[in-house]
Each structure stands twice: as C-alpha cells, then as structure tokens.
Design a protein around this ligand. Structure first.
Ligand SMILES: Nc1ncnc2c1ncn2[C@@H]1O[C@H](COP(=O)(O)OP(=O)(O)O)[C@@H](O)[C@H]1O
Ligand SMILES: [Mg+2]
Length: 234
C-alpha cells in the first residue's frame, strides 16, 4: 500500500534521512521505532509531503506522492496525526471533528463516522461542546486521532501517540489503535515507546541517526537482545 524507496532528506547541511526504504502492506500495523532525534518524524513528514526529499520515491496505492501536492495527499486516503497532538484549541470537540471531514460532503456518512469515533472514544462524546484546548493530554490525543478518522482514511500515520501520557491512558489509546486496524485501516506507527509499539505491531523498522538498522517481525524484534538493551530498557 505504501512503499518508501531510498529517500534522502536534508535540513541545510544536515543529512537527516539516509536512503530510507520501508513498506507497509494493506491491513498491517507497522511501527518505526528509534531514539529521540533518529529521524522518525522526518520520515513521516517526508511521506506526507510536508518536508521535501532530495531523492528517492514514496508511492501510496500506486501514486508517487512526491508528485502530489501535500494538500491533495489527504484525499488519497492517507491521514497523518502529527507529533504533539495538534488540535485547534479554541474550537470545540465537535468542530475539530467536523474539520477532519472537510473534504467530504456526504452528510450521512460523516454522521455515521462521527458516531464511530464516539463509540471508540466515549470520553469525546461526553465533552462534545468543550473547547479542545481544555481537554487533558490523553483526550487531545483521542481527538487528534478521531479527527484523522473523519477523513475515512485507508491508512493512518501516527507520530508518537504515547508522548507525555500516563501509562493507563497510553494503554487505552493503543487498544483503540488495534481496534481501528481490525476495522480495516492500515497503520504506520512511530514510537519511542518501543515496548508498546512492538507489542501491537505486525512488523517493525528500527531507525538510528537517519538509517534503518534493523527490520522484521515485531515479535522477533521484541525478543532481539540488541533491541532489548537499546530500546526496551532491559
Ligand atoms: N526543521 C528542522 N530543521 C533542522 N533540523 C531538523 C529539523 N527537524 C528535525 N531536524 C533534525 O533532524 C534529526 C531528526 O529529527 P526528527 O525527525 O524530529 O527525529 P525523531 O522524530 O526521531 O525524534 C534531528 O537531528 C533533528 O535535530
Ligand atoms: Mg519525532
């Protein structure tokens, strides 16, 4: 579904991504793990067209994304939940969700998806009129994911959904990610929390200073000694 081939990304003279290649097949949860500064966010931003790449290709459902303007990529069925759960703080929960559906005009479908989001995140329904900026960190993450789902994406890209959240809240959100995947959405999950990410993923890639240094079955990596000592705190 998504194929990244040999992408290189520079920030001025900094060579942030070096020949990154990865693949996400339909139906999978694939995780990209790595330490702070490894290039995880840069990889996602390059995929979504938010950061220009120097070379390489990104192909989504057969379209070369580097030839599609960033604002059109969403309409291909790819939704990106950025790092730091950016919601519109002055707008209500409902208004944030409505904005997630701005490309659609099928009122009935939008209503149906809104109900689906509320079923997955009942806390959002209880707070439908509340200003997004006054939600807790976990609730804002739920809203950011909910808003992305309102585009009815075929693939969801998540950048560190666990960041800064309490373990119980993280568990809740990860359970929902699995649920979203089971209902048919392909997922690319970036995480510093390697333990949690490997536990729910099918496959994984390990990123170190802009290079993919390892990849494979998530369960295998979870038991890999070098991964354990570097990323799993064992
Ligand atoms: N806008 C930017 N300008 C310059 N350097 C950047 C920029 N964004 C990220 N970097 C650098 O690129 C590297 C990778 O960053 P990033 O992709 O954010 O890593 P991660 O998400 O894994 O923490 C880091 O060295 C970071 O300092
Ligand atoms: Mg990051």
């Amino acid at each position: 579904m998504l194929k990244v081939e040999n992408i290189n990304l520079y920030y001025g003279v900094i060579h942030a991504l070096r020949d990154i290649s990865l693949e996400v097949k339909q139906g999978e949860i694939v995780t990209l793990i790595g330490a702070n500064g490894a290039g995880k966010t840069s990889t996602l931003r390059a995929i979504s067209g938010l950061e220009p790449i120097k070379s390489g290709t990104v192909t989504f459902k057969g379209s070369e994304l580097n030839k599609v303007p960033a604002n059109k990529i969403v309409s291909l069925g790819l939704s990106h939940v950025p790092e730091g759960r950016r919601v519109f703080p002055q707008l209500s929960v409902l208004e944030n969700l409505e904005l997630g559906a701005y490309l659609r005009n099928d009122k009935a479908g939008i209503k149906q998806d809104m109900e689906m989001v509320f079923a997955k995140f009942p806390r959002l329904k209880e707070r439908i009129k509340q200003q997004a900026g006054t939600l807790s960190g976990g609730e804002q993450q739920m809203l950011a994911i909910g808003r992305a789902l309102m585009n009815r994406p075929e693939m969801l890209i998540l950048d560190e959904p666990s960041m800064g959240l309490a373990p119980l809240v993280v568990k809740d959100i990860f359970d929902t990610i699995v649920e979203i995947n089971k209902s048919g959405t392909t997922i690319l999950l970036v995480e510093q929390n390697a333990n949690m990410a490997l536990a729910i993923a099918h496959r994984a890639y390990v990123l170190e200073t802009g290079n993919i240094v390892k990849s494979g079955d998530a369960q295998v990596l979870l038991n890999d000694e070098s991964i354990k000592s570097a990323y799993l705190g064992e």
